[in-house]
Design a protein around this ligand. Structure first.
Ligand SMILES: Cc1cc2nc3c(=O)[nH]c(=O)nc-3n(C[C@H](O)[C@H](O)[C@H](O)COP(=O)(O)OP(=O)(O)OC[C@H]3O[C@@H](n4cnc5c(N)ncnc54)[C@H](O)[C@@H]3O)c2cc1C
Length: 415
Protein backbone atom coordinates (compact mmCIF):
# COMPACT_ATOMS: atom_id res chain seq x y z
CA UNK A 1 0.00 0.00 0.00
CA UNK A 2 1.44 3.34 -1.05
CA UNK A 3 -0.08 5.15 1.90
CA UNK A 4 1.97 3.38 4.55
CA UNK A 5 -1.17 1.47 5.55
CA UNK A 6 -2.13 3.69 8.42
CA UNK A 7 -5.47 5.42 8.79
CA UNK A 8 -5.69 8.24 11.28
CA UNK A 9 -8.79 10.18 12.30
CA UNK A 10 -8.46 13.74 13.58
CA UNK A 11 -11.22 15.67 15.37
CA UNK A 12 -11.04 19.39 14.52
CA UNK A 13 -10.04 21.27 11.35
CA UNK A 14 -8.32 24.11 13.20
CA UNK A 15 -4.66 25.02 12.98
CA UNK A 16 -3.57 21.93 14.92
CA UNK A 17 -5.81 19.49 13.07
CA UNK A 18 -5.01 20.67 9.55
CA UNK A 19 -1.27 20.97 10.20
CA UNK A 20 -1.26 17.41 11.51
CA UNK A 21 -3.32 16.20 8.54
CA UNK A 22 -0.77 17.71 6.14
CA UNK A 23 2.22 16.32 8.02
CA UNK A 24 0.68 12.82 8.11
CA UNK A 25 -0.40 12.93 4.48
CA UNK A 26 3.17 13.75 3.44
CA UNK A 27 4.25 10.50 5.08
CA UNK A 28 1.58 8.60 3.19
CA UNK A 29 -1.09 8.11 5.86
CA UNK A 30 -4.78 8.10 5.07
CA UNK A 31 -6.23 10.98 7.08
CA UNK A 32 -9.85 11.77 7.87
CA UNK A 33 -10.54 15.12 9.54
CA UNK A 34 -13.85 15.57 11.40
CA UNK A 35 -15.04 19.16 11.77
CA UNK A 36 -18.29 20.16 13.44
CA UNK A 37 -18.57 23.47 11.56
CA UNK A 38 -20.03 23.43 8.05
CA UNK A 39 -16.83 24.94 6.60
CA UNK A 40 -13.37 26.04 7.76
CA UNK A 41 -13.70 28.86 10.23
CA UNK A 42 -13.24 32.37 8.90
CA UNK A 43 -13.67 34.01 12.29
CA UNK A 44 -10.99 35.39 14.58
CA UNK A 45 -8.54 38.18 14.12
CA UNK A 46 -4.77 38.46 13.79
CA UNK A 47 -2.12 35.87 14.54
CA UNK A 48 1.60 36.27 15.09
CA UNK A 49 3.58 33.47 13.45
CA UNK A 50 7.00 33.18 15.06
CA UNK A 51 9.96 31.51 13.30
CA UNK A 52 9.53 28.18 15.10
CA UNK A 53 6.01 27.85 13.68
CA UNK A 54 6.91 29.26 10.27
CA UNK A 55 9.76 26.77 9.90
CA UNK A 56 7.30 23.88 10.23
CA UNK A 57 4.76 25.49 7.92
CA UNK A 58 7.47 26.04 5.31
CA UNK A 59 8.53 22.40 5.59
CA UNK A 60 4.92 21.54 4.76
CA UNK A 61 5.07 23.67 1.60
CA UNK A 62 3.16 26.71 2.86
CA UNK A 63 5.91 29.30 2.48
CA UNK A 64 4.50 31.07 -0.58
CA UNK A 65 0.89 30.98 0.60
CA UNK A 66 1.86 32.58 3.91
CA UNK A 67 4.26 35.09 2.38
CA UNK A 68 1.46 36.31 0.08
CA UNK A 69 -0.88 37.07 3.00
CA UNK A 70 1.42 38.09 5.85
CA UNK A 71 3.50 41.03 6.96
CA UNK A 72 6.89 41.29 8.69
CA UNK A 73 6.71 43.98 11.40
CA UNK A 74 10.03 45.74 11.87
CA UNK A 75 9.82 45.75 15.68
CA UNK A 76 7.62 45.53 18.75
CA UNK A 77 7.39 48.94 20.43
CA UNK A 78 6.67 48.48 24.13
CA UNK A 79 4.90 51.43 25.76
CA UNK A 80 4.63 51.54 29.54
CA UNK A 81 1.48 53.18 30.86
CA UNK A 82 1.05 56.75 29.59
CA UNK A 83 4.51 56.81 27.98
CA UNK A 84 4.69 58.80 24.76
CA UNK A 85 7.83 56.95 23.65
CA UNK A 86 8.48 53.20 23.81
CA UNK A 87 10.62 51.90 26.71
CA UNK A 88 12.16 49.58 24.14
CA UNK A 89 11.72 48.63 20.48
CA UNK A 90 12.28 44.90 20.22
CA UNK A 91 13.75 44.23 16.79
CA UNK A 92 11.95 41.88 14.44
CA UNK A 93 12.15 42.22 10.63
CA UNK A 94 15.55 41.44 9.08
CA UNK A 95 17.18 40.26 12.31
CA UNK A 96 14.69 37.39 12.57
CA UNK A 97 15.55 36.13 9.10
CA UNK A 98 19.28 36.47 9.77
CA UNK A 99 19.12 34.69 13.08
CA UNK A 100 16.51 32.01 12.41
CA UNK A 101 16.46 31.66 8.63
CA UNK A 102 12.72 32.40 8.52
CA UNK A 103 10.73 35.55 9.24
CA UNK A 104 8.49 36.58 12.12
CA UNK A 105 5.17 37.54 10.55
CA UNK A 106 1.66 38.65 11.41
CA UNK A 107 -1.40 37.71 9.41
CA UNK A 108 -5.13 37.25 9.67
CA UNK A 109 -6.05 33.93 11.21
CA UNK A 110 -8.57 33.25 8.44
CA UNK A 111 -5.76 33.51 5.85
CA UNK A 112 -3.65 30.90 7.64
CA UNK A 113 -6.64 28.58 8.03
CA UNK A 114 -7.46 29.06 4.35
CA UNK A 115 -3.85 28.28 3.32
CA UNK A 116 -3.89 25.11 5.42
CA UNK A 117 -7.24 24.07 3.98
CA UNK A 118 -6.14 24.61 0.38
CA UNK A 119 -2.97 22.60 1.03
CA UNK A 120 -5.02 19.76 2.56
CA UNK A 121 -7.33 19.74 -0.49
CA UNK A 122 -4.36 18.93 -2.71
CA UNK A 123 -3.83 15.58 -0.99
CA UNK A 124 -6.01 12.73 -2.22
CA UNK A 125 -5.26 10.92 1.05
CA UNK A 126 -6.86 13.64 3.20
CA UNK A 127 -10.63 13.53 3.51
CA UNK A 128 -12.31 16.39 5.36
CA UNK A 129 -15.81 15.88 6.73
CA UNK A 130 -17.61 19.11 7.66
CA UNK A 131 -20.77 19.52 9.70
CA UNK A 132 -20.01 16.35 11.66
CA UNK A 133 -22.73 15.88 14.31
CA UNK A 134 -20.79 13.64 16.66
CA UNK A 135 -18.05 11.07 16.97
CA UNK A 136 -16.86 8.37 19.29
CA UNK A 137 -13.64 6.41 19.59
CA UNK A 138 -13.32 3.18 21.53
CA UNK A 139 -10.19 1.14 22.15
CA UNK A 140 -10.34 -2.63 22.45
CA UNK A 141 -8.00 -5.60 22.14
CA UNK A 142 -7.93 -5.38 18.34
CA UNK A 143 -7.41 -1.63 17.99
CA UNK A 144 -9.52 1.52 17.88
CA UNK A 145 -13.04 1.72 16.47
CA UNK A 146 -14.49 5.02 15.33
CA UNK A 147 -18.12 5.98 14.91
CA UNK A 148 -18.99 9.21 13.16
CA UNK A 149 -22.40 10.81 12.75
CA UNK A 150 -21.95 12.70 9.48
CA UNK A 151 -23.65 15.93 8.42
CA UNK A 152 -26.23 14.12 6.26
CA UNK A 153 -27.11 11.66 9.03
CA UNK A 154 -24.97 8.82 7.65
CA UNK A 155 -23.21 6.74 10.28
CA UNK A 156 -19.60 5.93 9.43
CA UNK A 157 -17.58 3.29 11.26
CA UNK A 158 -13.91 2.50 10.87
CA UNK A 159 -11.04 0.60 12.43
CA UNK A 160 -8.09 3.00 12.67
CA UNK A 161 -4.47 3.21 13.72
CA UNK A 162 -4.95 6.32 15.88
CA UNK A 163 -7.49 8.97 16.85
CA UNK A 164 -6.26 12.51 17.53
CA UNK A 165 -8.29 15.18 19.32
CA UNK A 166 -7.34 18.55 17.83
CA UNK A 167 -10.70 19.93 18.91
CA UNK A 168 -9.55 22.94 20.92
CA UNK A 169 -9.62 24.01 24.53
CA UNK A 170 -13.13 22.58 25.11
CA UNK A 171 -12.11 19.30 23.46
CA UNK A 172 -14.68 16.52 23.62
CA UNK A 173 -11.92 14.05 22.90
CA UNK A 174 -10.31 15.09 26.16
CA UNK A 175 -13.40 15.41 28.34
CA UNK A 176 -15.78 12.76 26.99
CA UNK A 177 -13.52 10.12 25.45
CA UNK A 178 -10.42 10.35 27.66
CA UNK A 179 -12.28 11.44 30.81
CA UNK A 180 -10.08 14.54 31.21
CA UNK A 181 -10.93 17.84 32.90
CA UNK A 182 -12.93 20.78 31.53
CA UNK A 183 -11.10 24.00 30.55
CA UNK A 184 -10.14 26.47 33.28
CA UNK A 185 -10.98 30.17 33.18
CA UNK A 186 -7.70 32.14 33.24
CA UNK A 187 -9.01 35.36 34.82
CA UNK A 188 -8.55 37.30 31.55
CA UNK A 189 -10.87 38.24 28.73
CA UNK A 190 -9.74 39.40 25.30
CA UNK A 191 -11.42 42.10 23.24
CA UNK A 192 -10.50 41.65 19.59
CA UNK A 193 -11.13 43.65 16.47
CA UNK A 194 -9.66 44.49 13.10
CA UNK A 195 -9.99 48.18 12.23
CA UNK A 196 -9.45 50.08 9.03
CA UNK A 197 -5.84 51.34 9.05
CA UNK A 198 -7.15 54.79 8.08
CA UNK A 199 -8.92 55.05 11.43
CA UNK A 200 -5.68 54.58 13.36
CA UNK A 201 -3.30 56.63 11.22
CA UNK A 202 -1.18 58.72 13.58
CA UNK A 203 -2.35 56.77 16.64
CA UNK A 204 -0.33 53.57 16.09
CA UNK A 205 2.65 52.84 13.82
CA UNK A 206 1.69 50.97 10.67
CA UNK A 207 5.02 49.24 10.09
CA UNK A 208 5.40 47.52 13.46
CA UNK A 209 3.68 45.97 16.44
CA UNK A 210 2.60 48.17 19.34
CA UNK A 211 2.37 46.75 22.83
CA UNK A 212 0.62 49.02 25.36
CA UNK A 213 1.04 48.12 29.02
CA UNK A 214 -1.20 49.45 31.76
CA UNK A 215 -2.49 48.67 35.23
CA UNK A 216 -4.87 45.74 34.79
CA UNK A 217 -4.74 45.64 31.00
CA UNK A 218 -2.51 45.39 27.95
CA UNK A 219 -3.16 45.82 24.25
CA UNK A 220 -1.40 44.44 21.18
CA UNK A 221 -1.82 46.12 17.77
CA UNK A 222 -0.23 45.21 14.47
CA UNK A 223 -0.91 46.06 10.84
CA UNK A 224 -2.47 43.68 8.34
CA UNK A 225 -1.56 45.67 5.20
CA UNK A 226 -3.01 43.15 2.71
CA UNK A 227 -6.38 43.91 4.27
CA UNK A 228 -5.60 47.61 4.94
CA UNK A 229 -6.44 46.87 8.56
CA UNK A 230 -4.91 46.93 12.02
CA UNK A 231 -5.44 44.03 14.38
CA UNK A 232 -6.17 44.94 17.99
CA UNK A 233 -6.32 42.61 20.99
CA UNK A 234 -7.05 44.19 24.35
CA UNK A 235 -6.67 41.95 27.40
CA UNK A 236 -8.40 42.80 30.65
CA UNK A 237 -8.70 40.97 33.97
CA UNK A 238 -12.25 39.90 34.82
CA UNK A 239 -13.57 38.12 37.89
CA UNK A 240 -15.06 34.69 37.15
CA UNK A 241 -18.37 35.58 38.82
CA UNK A 242 -18.75 38.57 36.48
CA UNK A 243 -18.55 36.49 33.28
CA UNK A 244 -21.90 36.14 31.60
CA UNK A 245 -21.51 33.72 28.69
CA UNK A 246 -25.22 33.93 27.81
CA UNK A 247 -25.15 37.72 27.62
CA UNK A 248 -21.60 38.83 26.74
CA UNK A 249 -20.84 42.55 26.99
CA UNK A 250 -20.58 44.59 23.79
CA UNK A 251 -17.81 47.00 24.80
CA UNK A 252 -14.80 46.63 27.12
CA UNK A 253 -15.15 47.97 30.62
CA UNK A 254 -11.96 49.97 31.01
CA UNK A 255 -10.22 49.55 34.37
CA UNK A 256 -8.12 52.60 33.57
CA UNK A 257 -11.07 54.94 32.82
CA UNK A 258 -9.86 57.41 35.42
CA UNK A 259 -6.37 57.41 33.92
CA UNK A 260 -6.64 57.73 30.16
CA UNK A 261 -3.89 56.73 27.72
CA UNK A 262 -3.99 58.70 24.46
CA UNK A 263 -3.21 55.78 22.16
CA UNK A 264 -5.70 53.51 23.83
CA UNK A 265 -8.36 56.18 23.81
CA UNK A 266 -7.88 56.49 20.03
CA UNK A 267 -8.18 52.72 19.59
CA UNK A 268 -11.20 52.39 21.82
CA UNK A 269 -13.12 55.18 20.12
CA UNK A 270 -12.25 53.80 16.67
CA UNK A 271 -13.42 50.35 17.75
CA UNK A 272 -16.81 51.31 19.18
CA UNK A 273 -19.36 48.71 18.10
CA UNK A 274 -16.71 46.54 16.44
CA UNK A 275 -15.36 44.49 19.35
CA UNK A 276 -15.42 40.72 19.63
CA UNK A 277 -15.37 39.27 23.15
CA UNK A 278 -13.29 36.22 23.98
CA UNK A 279 -13.00 34.46 27.32
CA UNK A 280 -9.42 33.18 27.74
CA UNK A 281 -9.54 29.59 28.97
CA UNK A 282 -6.53 27.42 29.57
CA UNK A 283 -5.79 23.72 29.83
CA UNK A 284 -2.95 21.68 31.25
CA UNK A 285 -4.28 18.18 30.61
CA UNK A 286 -2.81 15.68 33.08
CA UNK A 287 -2.78 13.00 30.38
CA UNK A 288 -2.40 13.64 26.69
CA UNK A 289 -3.34 10.16 25.49
CA UNK A 290 -4.64 6.75 26.33
CA UNK A 291 -4.38 3.57 24.25
CA UNK A 292 -3.97 5.14 20.82
CA UNK A 293 -6.25 8.15 21.39
CA UNK A 294 -4.34 11.39 21.93
CA UNK A 295 -4.53 15.17 22.04
CA UNK A 296 -2.67 18.00 20.34
CA UNK A 297 -2.80 21.80 20.38
CA UNK A 298 -5.21 23.62 22.69
CA UNK A 299 -6.99 20.36 23.48
CA UNK A 300 -3.88 19.30 25.40
CA UNK A 301 -2.30 22.55 26.53
CA UNK A 302 -4.18 25.80 25.81
CA UNK A 303 -2.20 28.66 27.33
CA UNK A 304 -2.59 32.40 27.78
CA UNK A 305 -1.78 34.16 24.49
CA UNK A 306 0.74 36.53 26.12
CA UNK A 307 3.78 35.11 24.34
CA UNK A 308 1.77 34.51 21.12
CA UNK A 309 2.72 30.83 21.12
CA UNK A 310 -0.52 28.80 21.40
CA UNK A 311 -0.88 28.14 17.69
CA UNK A 312 2.90 27.82 17.33
CA UNK A 313 2.90 25.03 19.92
CA UNK A 314 0.03 23.30 18.09
CA UNK A 315 2.00 23.50 14.83
CA UNK A 316 5.12 22.10 16.50
CA UNK A 317 3.02 19.30 18.07
CA UNK A 318 1.88 18.26 14.61
CA UNK A 319 5.44 18.17 13.25
CA UNK A 320 6.60 15.95 16.12
CA UNK A 321 3.58 13.66 16.34
CA UNK A 322 3.11 12.87 12.63
CA UNK A 323 6.37 10.95 12.07
CA UNK A 324 6.00 9.14 15.38
CA UNK A 325 2.54 7.91 14.40
CA UNK A 326 4.05 6.61 11.17
CA UNK A 327 7.11 4.87 12.62
CA UNK A 328 6.35 3.71 16.14
CA UNK A 329 5.02 0.13 16.24
CA UNK A 330 1.73 1.29 17.72
CA UNK A 331 -0.11 4.55 18.32
CA UNK A 332 0.08 4.23 22.08
CA UNK A 333 3.89 4.34 22.10
CA UNK A 334 3.84 7.15 19.49
CA UNK A 335 1.66 9.29 21.79
CA UNK A 336 3.80 8.49 24.82
CA UNK A 337 7.01 9.49 23.05
CA UNK A 338 5.35 12.60 21.69
CA UNK A 339 4.20 13.70 25.15
CA UNK A 340 7.65 13.07 26.62
CA UNK A 341 9.19 15.24 23.88
CA UNK A 342 6.61 18.01 23.98
CA UNK A 343 5.47 18.49 27.55
CA UNK A 344 8.66 20.06 29.01
CA UNK A 345 8.83 22.60 26.18
CA UNK A 346 5.14 23.45 26.29
CA UNK A 347 5.29 23.87 30.09
CA UNK A 348 8.22 26.25 29.75
CA UNK A 349 6.41 28.35 27.16
CA UNK A 350 3.29 28.35 29.34
CA UNK A 351 5.30 29.71 32.28
CA UNK A 352 6.61 32.60 30.17
CA UNK A 353 3.09 33.39 28.97
CA UNK A 354 1.80 33.42 32.56
CA UNK A 355 4.71 35.58 33.68
CA UNK A 356 4.03 38.08 30.89
CA UNK A 357 0.42 38.32 32.09
CA UNK A 358 1.72 39.25 35.51
CA UNK A 359 4.41 41.69 34.33
CA UNK A 360 2.33 43.43 31.65
CA UNK A 361 -0.44 44.36 34.10
CA UNK A 362 1.67 45.57 37.01
CA UNK A 363 0.73 48.72 38.89
CA UNK A 364 2.95 51.54 40.08
CA UNK A 365 5.50 51.40 41.75
CA UNK A 366 6.27 47.83 40.56
CA UNK A 367 6.21 49.12 36.99
CA UNK A 368 9.43 51.02 37.73
CA UNK A 369 11.39 47.79 38.15
CA UNK A 370 9.76 46.18 35.10
CA UNK A 371 10.44 49.19 32.89
CA UNK A 372 14.07 49.31 34.04
CA UNK A 373 14.50 45.63 33.09
CA UNK A 374 12.90 46.25 29.68
CA UNK A 375 15.18 49.18 29.04
CA UNK A 376 18.29 47.32 30.24
CA UNK A 377 17.59 44.30 28.01
CA UNK A 378 17.65 46.54 24.97
CA UNK A 379 16.30 45.99 21.44
CA UNK A 380 17.81 42.50 21.08
CA UNK A 381 17.33 41.25 24.63
CA UNK A 382 14.26 39.26 23.64
CA UNK A 383 16.23 37.33 21.03
CA UNK A 384 18.67 35.93 23.60
CA UNK A 385 15.88 35.26 26.06
CA UNK A 386 13.62 33.55 23.53
CA UNK A 387 16.20 31.88 21.29
CA UNK A 388 15.11 28.46 22.55
CA UNK A 389 11.56 29.18 21.39
CA UNK A 390 12.25 30.74 18.00
CA UNK A 391 15.22 28.54 17.06
CA UNK A 392 13.33 25.25 17.49
CA UNK A 393 13.47 22.95 14.47
CA UNK A 394 11.62 19.65 14.79
CA UNK A 395 13.03 18.09 11.62
CA UNK A 396 16.21 16.49 13.09
CA UNK A 397 14.04 14.89 15.77
CA UNK A 398 11.64 13.46 13.25
CA UNK A 399 13.71 11.66 10.66
CA UNK A 400 11.23 9.27 9.10
CA UNK A 401 11.59 6.62 6.40
CA UNK A 402 9.67 7.33 3.19
CA UNK A 403 6.10 5.96 2.99
CA UNK A 404 6.97 2.69 1.23
CA UNK A 405 9.31 1.73 4.09
CA UNK A 406 6.97 2.88 6.85
CA UNK A 407 5.57 0.04 8.98
CA UNK A 408 2.03 -1.10 8.28
CA UNK A 409 -0.91 -1.69 10.55
CA UNK A 410 -1.09 -5.17 11.93
CA UNK A 411 -4.89 -4.89 11.70
CA UNK A 412 -6.41 -4.55 8.22
CA UNK A 413 -8.21 -1.25 7.78
CA UNK A 414 -11.95 -1.65 7.40
CA UNK A 415 -12.91 2.02 7.47
C1 LIG B 1 -6.78 36.66 21.65
C2 LIG B 1 -5.88 35.52 21.23
C3 LIG B 1 -4.75 35.80 20.49
C4 LIG B 1 -3.87 34.77 20.12
N1 LIG B 1 -2.77 35.06 19.38
C5 LIG B 1 -1.91 34.08 19.05
C6 LIG B 1 -0.75 34.38 18.28
O1 LIG B 1 -0.52 35.53 17.90
N2 LIG B 1 0.10 33.36 17.96
C7 LIG B 1 -0.13 32.08 18.37
O2 LIG B 1 0.69 31.19 18.06
N3 LIG B 1 -1.24 31.76 19.08
C8 LIG B 1 -2.14 32.73 19.43
N4 LIG B 1 -3.27 32.42 20.12
C9 LIG B 1 -3.54 31.01 20.49
C10 LIG B 1 -4.16 30.24 19.31
O3 LIG B 1 -5.30 30.93 18.84
C11 LIG B 1 -4.56 28.83 19.72
O4 LIG B 1 -3.55 28.25 20.49
C12 LIG B 1 -4.83 27.98 18.47
O5 LIG B 1 -5.89 28.49 17.74
C13 LIG B 1 -5.11 26.54 18.86
O6 LIG B 1 -5.41 25.81 17.71
P1 LIG B 1 -6.18 24.42 17.80
O7 LIG B 1 -6.30 23.93 16.41
O8 LIG B 1 -5.53 23.55 18.83
O9 LIG B 1 -7.62 24.76 18.41
P2 LIG B 1 -8.79 25.61 17.76
O10 LIG B 1 -8.26 26.76 17.00
O11 LIG B 1 -9.75 25.88 18.86
O12 LIG B 1 -9.46 24.62 16.70
C14 LIG B 1 -10.26 23.54 17.12
C15 LIG B 1 -11.12 23.05 15.94
O13 LIG B 1 -11.85 21.91 16.36
C16 LIG B 1 -13.22 22.08 16.01
N5 LIG B 1 -14.03 21.32 16.99
C17 LIG B 1 -14.23 21.63 18.30
N6 LIG B 1 -15.01 20.70 18.86
C18 LIG B 1 -15.32 19.80 17.88
C19 LIG B 1 -16.09 18.61 17.86
N7 LIG B 1 -16.72 18.18 18.94
N8 LIG B 1 -16.18 17.92 16.70
C20 LIG B 1 -15.53 18.35 15.59
N9 LIG B 1 -14.79 19.48 15.55
C21 LIG B 1 -14.68 20.19 16.69
C22 LIG B 1 -13.44 23.58 16.07
O14 LIG B 1 -14.58 23.96 15.33
C23 LIG B 1 -12.14 24.10 15.47
O15 LIG B 1 -12.18 24.10 14.07
C24 LIG B 1 -4.16 33.43 20.50
C25 LIG B 1 -5.31 33.15 21.24
C26 LIG B 1 -6.16 34.18 21.61
C27 LIG B 1 -7.38 33.86 22.43
Amino acid sequence: MANGGRTIYIAGAGIAGMTLALALAKFGATVIVLERNKRVQEVGAGLQISPNARRVLNQLGLDKAIAAKSFEPSAIDVYPFRASKPAVSLELGAIMRQRYGVPYVVMHRADLVDALYRACRRFANIDMLFGVRGFDAVTHARGISINVDEANGTARTARVHAFVGADGVHSETRTRILGGPPATYSGFVAWRTTLSADLLKGAVALDRTTLLLGPGYHAVCYPLPQRKQVNVALFVKERADRLDAANPPKEPKLPWAAMPSRTLDAIVSAATGAWGYWVCNTMDAPTWSDSGIGLIGDAAHAMLPFQAQGAAMAIEDAAILAPLLMTEPDADSAFRRYEAMRRPRVDRVRKISDFNGFAYHLEWPFTLGRNAVLWAQGPRGHLKRLDWIYGFDPSPETDVPPPDRAPRDTEPHRG
